[in-house]
Design a protein. Structure first.
Length: 401
């Protein structure tokens, strides 16, 4: 029977929250990784149901037609570095198949609250080529939100997997709970606009104008004065589309050693959460001076109140940041002035960091307006407490200013 659970409302009561949703609430927000959590659940469902696995893989063109059996599903699979002084790879999911005397290996990279890290998929292509004992291979890039096609990978969406999953839930309690969890986290099929979407679209132009008034005035001027360059307003729209944030930024160092971002981080999961605004300093983990920069970040975060250094151990993009909720400004008489003053005060602190670390390579450059490359690979959008929420809700809430 499907796994059901109840409370005192009666024996036929079905909770509106999945078991995994309930478990998620028990975990610390700053330690919870939605993508990894979801990947582990999906992997176990695939192990439990080889039929579902093969059906889904064939539907997206990932399983060679001669493959008939599922060998294994591995998560967080680690592979050695391709070159010396480079980090190895950790693939979200690796599926191995066999059939008619042949073997196939499939890499699955999942994105729910983030986007592709720069160079991630091309790197995986080189890694999978080096795997011996396989006759064919594929890379699946599966996302919750729409993304532009990538070369040499199979693009898939989580709502497509959800459609296959619904046909297999009757006999698998775990699959039933995964189905509910995907619905809760907006990975189910959605082909209708909601009232929130309609309101967000109606207020989008006005909300954007308000953000512009707080960014592209004396704030951008001071940003450029302190850091040497500033990205364009046009590029802020690219950031909004790709990474759910509306920001100005600058690349620091000749090889993009580090960066400074300032602006709005729009939520991407829970409509009840407000957007956050603030500043972030990040370092390229491949930079030759990354250890020196991280040490400087750590020292600065300990001395200056409000800076969060919990992401300094992130192997993909170590950073420190200081943000607050947009709702913190709702009690001000002039929201725009209060937000501008907040941004200006953050830039004063960035200037303090620069003064305290004069030996860092402070030469800067920004991208052209037409360059839409994601600026740092961490695409998760967090509120000031580290939790993630939805962009339509962010625009809706900002429009109330």
């Amino acid at each position: 029977m499907p796994l059901l659970y109840s409370n005192s409302s009666g024996p036929n009561f079905r909770s509106t929250m999945s078991l995994f949703g309930e478990l998620r609430q028990l975990l610390r927000k700053d330690k919870f990784e939605l993508e990894d959590f979801h990947t582990e659940i999906v992997a176990q469902v695939l192990r439990n149901s080889p039929e579902l696995t093969m059906e889904w893989l064939r539907s997206i063109g990932a399983a060679n037609r001669q493959m008939t059996s599922l060998i294994s599903v591995e998560t967080q699979a680690r592979f050695p570095a391709l070159e010396e002084n480079e980090p190895g790879s950790r693939v979200d999911m690796v599926i191995r198949l066999s059939g008619n005397g042949l073997r196939e290996i499939i890499f699955v990279e999942s994105k729910v609250d983030s986007t592709e890290n720069p160079g991630q998929l091309p790197k995986y292509a080189k890694v999978i080529e080096k795997q011996e004992g396989y006759d064919c291979s594929e890379i699946i890039y599966i996302t919750r939100a729409f993304e532009l096609p990538r070369a040499d990978v199979i693009m898939a969406r989580w709502f497509q997997f959800y459609q296959h999953l619904t046909a297999h839930v009757d006999s698998d309690g775990l699959a039933q709970q995964l189905k509910l969890f995907m619905e809760e986290n907006k990975m189910a099929v959605r082909n209708q606009f909601t009232a929130i979407d309609s309101l967000a679209l109606s207020n989008f132009v006005g909300a954007t104008a308000l953000m512009d008034e707080t960014l592209w005035t004396e704030v951008s001027t001071k940003f450029e004065k302190i850091l040497g360059k500033v990205s364009s307003r046009t590029n802020a729209f690219s950031q909004l589309r790709l990474l759910n944030r509306y920001i100005m930024y600058v690349e620091i160092g000749t090889n993009w050693d580090c960066e400074c971002l300032l602006g709005y981080w729009l939520p991407n999961a829970d409509p009840a959460k407000p957007p956050s605004l603030g500043v972030e300093l990040g370092v390229n983990p491949k930079s030759r001076i990354s250890n020196d920069v991280i040490a400087g970040f750590r020292s600065f975060a300990k001395k200056i109140t409000g800076w969060n250094d919990k992401d300094l151990d992130d192997a993909e993009w170590p950073s420190i940041w200081k943000r607050t909720s947009l709702s913190a400004f709702m009690g001000e008489d002039d929201h725009l002035k209060a937000i501008r003053d907040y941004f200006l005060s953050l830039l004063d602190e960035v200037a303090q960091f620069r003064s305290a670390n004069p030996k860092l390579p402070w030469s800067t450059h920004s991208v052209d307006a037409e360059d839409e490359r994601p600026r740092h690979p961490k695409a998760q959008t967090h509120s000031e407490d580290g939790s993630a929420t939805s962009s339509s809700s962010a625009i809706r809430q900002f429009s109330t200013l």
